[in-house]
Design a protein around this ligand. Sequence first.
Ligand code: CMP
Length: 133
Amino acid sequence: MQQTYFMIKPEIVREGKHVGDILAIANRAGFKITGLAMRQLDRALVEDFYGEHRERGFYKDLCDYICSGPVVTIRLERENAVAALRALIGATNPAEAAVGTIRSLYGESLSFNAVHASANPEDAARELKLIFG
Ligand code: CMP
């Protein structure tokens, strides 16, 4: 069994309609939810979380956005969880995400792409530690 970090972003939480649908998609794909909380993340934590993007032009807007309201933080468990969740959410840009993926269903744009999932097992371990301790 492998663990990964999954996060539902502020625009979805703010709207309040699709959090349950997104969790159900993960459950139907065989993921077990082993941690779950709706949280307002503090700025320092978010800057650290997205630290690999620090030099990118979108970094400040990304951090502002993730801090703009509560997110749903989720720990998921499954065989091959990291790769399986990345496949389930689809490409970073919802316009390029395969039909039926979470970002194709609920994402609006590259900046407002509904969810985040850890990119690789090392990131999963780091992100889970940051968020769940
Ligand atoms: P996420 O998987 O949370 O990881 C970093 C986020 O940065 C990404 O989803 C996008 O929402 C956001 N982002 C904004 N602009 C870009 C960009 N040009 N390239 C990649 N990610 C971007």
